[in-house]
Design a protein around this ligand. Sequence first.
Ligand code: AMP
Length: 494
Amino acid sequence: MAHDTHASTDEPDHETPWDIDGFHEECGVFGAFGSNDASVLTALGLHALQHRGQEASGIVTFDGSAFHAHRALGHVGDNFGADSPQMKELRGHIAIGHNRYSTSGNVNPLMEIQPFSSELAFGGFALAHNGNLTNAGRLRSSLIETGSLFQSSSDTEVIVHLVARSHQEGVTDRLIDALKQIDGAYSLVCIADDMLIGVRDPHGVRPLILGQRDDTWLLASESCALDIVGATAVRELEPGEMMIITKDGVQSLKPFQQVSPRFCVFEYIYFSRPDSVVEGRGVYHARKSIGAELAKESHTEADLIIPVPDSGVPAALGYAEESGVPFDLGIIRNHYVGRTFIQPSQKNRTDSVKLKHNANPAAVAGKRIILVDDSIVRGTTSRKIVTMMRNAGATEVHMRIASPPTTHPCFYGVDTPSQEQLIAAQMSVDEIAKEIGADSLSFISVDGMYNAIAGIARDAEQPQFCDACFTGEYPIRLASGLSAKRVSHGSARK
Ligand code: AMP
């Protein structure tokens, strides 16, 4: 990593290619302190978090005197097997790890893989980030203008440079100083000065949870990563909390100005694993109750409820329970195909949908069906699946979506395409129904979603979640270069 002097933050963001490519981010982070198996625990944690990023992973460890790192493209299991030579190299009692999405399009994809680690004035510093920074383009430009040498196209690297340039004394104060200059969403895990540090941004957009297994402390994006290592969930970090883990225990700091929490509602809809508990709520239960609410809002007569696997399954179960209509498996998913959504071109995406899902005529032939999926983004999946169901003999195909229409891109860490590619930003619900070939289409309402997830009414003045992808109300300042309309589908994700 490059590291240098001081950053000016006064200038408007420039419309650089980095700005355009840098804000479609998805990832998972994990950290372990106090075990000689820290790297093994981290590899297992990353394996449980694979759904948050499938393109590349990295682990960095610290053994008391030196840092060790391994980063690779591909799945965790392919690169961090228990007996692999690289795991033997990853010695130390502290480890952090990271899963990220696509590196395609970057000049040197390996340079994009986190955790980043560098030798700074105070010693070694390693960092992994889930989320997305909204003013990183401007900070990056001014850092470069004043001499910083960036090695990646990642917004996360800005944090490393700001820490390196900070005039504060200790590493904790340097990190606080750096983060105070940053806007956006971040859940971070860091190693510095024989400490494991976890931080959540002041709005708490992305999750981060503390766990414990005997004398080992763990930090993870989701509780499913604590379960896999047999750890107990201690508590989630609060929005704006910095947790410092040393051999003496855990210390909590609240160094940032307090703002209203805005946890990402899409974590419940799609992103988190259903067996995780995030922000104190089970994701599975949230999804089932969204399905039930959807049935209350927009049920129509049908013979079967068919989930679009896997993401539509809990909502479809909730829908079936509420409506009393039988649930059946009308679509079979091939699990050896990656997420269709992230394919670079529409042609690839369409082909992958075919590779991923197939109709099960034994269930749907001659039946009026209600298909339940978690979301419609471009409409690629729905279009294919509705046709598939008709070809398999379904007599009516109704589509029910367990989220409101996605009308705005996310700038805080979920991969969404530009607004021009969001079908719900371009068409009415009736037009989308026609476009995907469904007999009817309904999305859950925003109020219904709040009620189902949290049993609350949405506060219009101060919404309790970040729901910007459905409402366009962005809680964290966007840099002047960022607007829903200008965003194109990026290639750098983490
Ligand atoms: P689309 O085919 O473009 O309409 O995308 C909708 C499908 O992609 C749904 O089946 C979702 O489960 C899935 N999906 C929605 N959001 C995302 C995301 N951010 N990353 C990956 N997949 C997603």
